[in-house]
Design a protein around this ligand. Sequence first.
Ligand SMILES: C[S@@+](CC[C@H](N)C(=O)[O-])C[C@H]1O[C@@H](n2cnc3c(N)ncnc32)[C@H](O)[C@@H]1O
Length: 348
Amino acid sequence: VRLAGKIKLGYYPTPPTVSAAIARSLVPAAPGLVRVIDPCCGDGTALCDTTGALDPVERYGIELHRGRAEAAARALTRVIHADIRSVRVANGAFGLVFLNPPYDYDTKAEPDEATRRLELVFLQAALRYLQPNGILVFVLPDRRLDRRLAPVLAQHLRDLQVFRFPGEEYDRFAQVVLFGIRKDLPCRDEGAAQILRAVGHGLSIPADLPAALDPPYRVPVVPAVHPLLFQRLAVDPQDLVGEIEQNGAYPMLLRLLTPSAGAEGFRPLMPLRRGHLALVLASGHLNNELVCDPRTGHPVLIKGRTEKASTRSEETHADGSRTITERDTLKIVITALDLRTGTLQTVQ
Ligand SMILES: C[S@@+](CC[C@H](N)C(=O)[O-])C[C@H]1O[C@@H](n2cnc3c(N)ncnc32)[C@H](O)[C@@H]1O
């Protein structure tokens, strides 16, 4: 079961009821473009649904799983198929980060050290991406609000609120949604950290997420960040193959190196003489051509090739010395297969 969880890379999509309630709790802070990002976007559905009330909006996504990244690329404005740890994304360029990082919910065991570290990587990246007054919407299991995450959240975010997933949705994975606004300057807030930790320890039970927050969180419009940095650190080999096939020198070289492909529809201006014909056949231009044998009326498949042959001659001189001469000659060989009788004829 644990392995299955790892194979799906912690893919537990945000339930639609939760996405809809989040969407009703976000408004643009002013008229203008809003830029949002999901650093582990799955197929992009959650980011589209949670930001459905923001318009105009540009949606960015990062996703490690190839199939989901491809689906997200069709739904979002720009998507990188990569590990969050190998991307370069502009700091302070996004008005909203929607974060629902991968957890192994299939096991009751506490997350291992690697999962905890990854969770912190996601949170730190999310905080970096946010512009001042930008909104973080963070989906996580309530017990993860521990002494590691709580101080980081309290240091960077103000106006924090935590809600349980509504109704039965909470029973499945004990998840909560945290909202916060990025402070202009980070500063420690032990009081807020303690409140979050109390939720993590089960000492404080948050309210269920309402259908809409009142007042809603106000998502700031885009700051002038030009050009927006949003790229992979390493080249994806599969993307590279696609790029080479589309834009590289490879297709051109392939055409040059396989003249027969370019010689389709080859039509001489004048009738060929026997010698010309033999050369054309030998060069492979008429390989697999189906012709009709005028003598028998049978369809015949022909193939030509050139073979190198060596001739050797020896000459003995008057003084007893010998000269050995080897000559290479090119021989034209044409093979014809009679498709009625199956007989092969070779002409040299
Ligand atoms: C819990 S799902 C969230 C999907 C979507 N954001 C949502 O809320 O429905 C986590 C996603 O993170 C992806 N993921 C796992 N490890 C990742 C990594 N290192 N970098 C980027 N994405 C990763 C998984 O493939 C999965 O799609």
